[in-house]
Ligand binder design. Structure first.
Ligand SMILES: C[S@@+](CC[C@H](N)C(=O)[O-])C[C@H]1O[C@@H](n2cnc3c(N)ncnc32)[C@H](O)[C@@H]1O
Length: 195
């Protein structure tokens, strides 16, 4: 379980520097998919995903920070969206969704926090549990380059670090993408084995 004293950039959002539709298209989200936004923050990516997955799909936005979830819940109500579940939970403890029920798990600007705290194994196991066989795991992170938006440079992680982590946890890297001016993405899928 995550130590609440550690710093996880609660309340930060990449809403203004990431193009949600472009990212979701690049990582392969489809109509009818079950999408999980792990460490969703204010959930702007989940809102965009809800339009793509449509009525037959579902979006699970999960974050430990209640204030961010309240922002998302308000937007869901105002826009009368009925396919997003906004859930307060610790993604390194128990993500409250069924085993092998998710087609695509998106983790945007979150993994570097776990790497900094050296406790990413639990969250990676949870992602492995909830993804369907061959389900997609998309990690989006800030490019590790000076004078660009994002967390302090020493906290940022390179695509190679992400590739190593996902490969060590039962995922196969499909591609590394540019995800806008300041971000890259490592797109992997869960290898065809039972969790
Ligand atoms: C830098 S923000 C990114 C938010 C969003 N994905 C974005 O790109 O705008 C990191 C988010 O991860 C969440 N987070 C960190 N550790 C978490 C944990 N153990 N369980 C659930 N959420 C967590 C934080 O509360 C925060 O909202």
């Amino acid at each position: 379980m995550a130590d609440k004293s550690k710093h996880f950039h609660h309340g930060r959002s990449s809403r203004d520097i990431l193009d949600a539709e472009f990212v979701l298209e690049s990582i392969g989200l489809k109509k009818g998919d079950n999408f999980l936004d792990a460490g969703s923050g204010d959930g702007y990516m989940s809102i965009a995903a809800s339009k793509i997955v449509g009525d037959r799909g579902k979006v699970f936005a999960v974050d430990i920070w209640e204030e961010s979830m309240n922002i998302l819940k308000k937007e869901i109500q105002e826009k009368k969206i009925n396919n997003i579940m906004a859930i307060i939970a610790d993604i390194s403890d128990k993500i409250p969704v069924e085993n092998e029920s998710i087609d695509l798990c998106y983790m945007g600007n979150v993994l570097h926090g776990f790497v900094q705290n050296e406790d990413y194994n639990e969250v990676m196991k949870e992602i492995g549990r909830i993804l369907k066989k061959e389900g997609i795991f998309a990690v989006i992170e800030f490019i590790k380059r000076e004078n660009t938006p994002g967390p302090p440079i020493h906290v940022r992680i390179t695509p190679e670090v992400v590739e190593k982590i996902v490969s060590n946890h039962g995922f196969e890297v499909k591609k590394v993408i540019e995800a806008g001016k300041y971000h890259y993405g490592v797109i992997s899928f869960k290898k065809n084995k039972t969790v």
